[in-house]
Design a protein around this ligand. Sequence first.
Ligand SMILES: Cc1cc2nc3c(=O)[nH]c(=O)nc-3n(C[C@H](O)[C@H](O)[C@H](O)COP(=O)(O)O)c2cc1C
Length: 362
Amino acid sequence: MTGLFSPLSLSDFNLPNRIVMAPMTRNRANAEGVPTALMASYYGQRADAGLIISESVPISPQAVGYPCTPGLFSAAQLAGWRQVTEAVHARGGRIFAQLQHCGRISHPSLQPEGAEPVAPSAIQPQGMAVTCNGMQAFVSPRALRTNEIVGVVEQFRAAAQLARTAGFDGVEIHGANGYLIDQFLRNGSNHRTDNYGGTPARRLAFLLEIIEAVSEVWPREHIGVRLSPENRFNDMTDSDPDEHFAYFVTQLGHAKLAYLHVLEGEMMTQSGVLDYGALRRCFAGLYIANNGYDKARALDVLRDGKADLVAFGTAFIGNPDLVERLRHDWPLGAPDPETFYTGGERGYVDYPVFAPIAGDLP
Ligand SMILES: Cc1cc2nc3c(=O)[nH]c(=O)nc-3n(C[C@H](O)[C@H](O)[C@H](O)COP(=O)(O)O)c2cc1C
C-alpha cells in the first residue's frame, strides 16, 4: 500500500518519501530581494522533505508584489539562492524554485518607477496590498498589451535559467492563488478579447507559452505547475471552475511535466466543492495534493490513488523535523502566525525539533 514513506521516482530523483514542503513566502530576503544566510538555514533544516518547493520567487522587478521577497533577476539574488540550494543539498534534499509574477497583486510603491502593476485586464482587486509602508489599497492595474506578453514569458525563461545556475533541482511555475498566471486562467480577472482571453484554450495560452519557454532551459520532467481552482484568495472568481480546470489540467497532461500541484479548495477556510479525485484523473502525470492535510488524510489520498505526493505548508513552519514527526507519530508543534511574514529569526529558524525522552519513545 502506498504510504508517506513509499519511495517515488520524480524526474531523475528517487524521493525517499512523498512529503512535500509547500511553497511559503516568509519575507526574509533583504530589502533588495536578495536571499539571506538565514534562509539557507531555514530550508536546510527542512531538507528531509521528499521535495521542497521554495517560497514564491519574483522573476523580474515588475513581478514583485510584496516587500523582502527573494527574486531571481540579479547576480546578487543568484548568489543568495546558491547558498540556499547548497544548504539543502548538503543535507541530501531537493528543492524546486517557485517562479512567480504577482501581476495585479502588487502596488506602485513596489514597482519600477512607481508604475501601475500589470494584469490581463484593468480590473482592480478588492483588498489591500502589503507594501513597505504598511497595507495600502490595491490600485487598478494596467492591462498588458498583446505585444508585451512575449516579454513577460521571456522573464520566466530568464529566471528559470538563473534557477538552474543557482543549483535548483527544478522549477514550479506558480499558476495559483490569484497571481498573474491565475489572473489569466480565471475569467473573473481575464476579460481580454485577444488570443489570451475568452475561451478556456485562450486563457491557458499564456501558461502554455511559459511552459514552452521554461522548457528551453529545463527538461520537462523538472518543471511542475501549481494551480488553485477554487481559491478565492486575492479576489479571484471563475464562472465554472469545474469545467474550466478539468480542461486546463487535461491539456497540461500533454506537457509531460514533473507534476501538477493543486491547492484544493479555499485556502483560508480549507473548504471546497470540486471533486479533486476526478480532477486528478484528468491529469496524466504525478499529482501533489495540498491544503489542510494531516497524516490521516494524506494516507487516505495516497492509498486511494487520489494523489502521488502530499504538500504540507504551515506544519513545516512549526516543525523543522516534520518528516520524522510524521514517521513516528510524534506530536506536532504549532506554528505562530504572528511571525509568518515579519522577517528575522524568530518564528523562522528557532522552532525546536522534537526531543522525546527515551522512555517515552513510541
Ligand atoms: C505563510 C504562508 C506563505 C505562503 N506563501 C505561498 C507562496 O509563496 N506560494 C504559494 O503557492 N503558496 C503559498 N502559501 C500557501 C501554501 O503553499 C499552502 O497552500 C497552504 O498553507 C495550505 O497548506 P497547509 O494547510 O498544509 O498549510 C503560503 C501559505 C502560508 C501559510
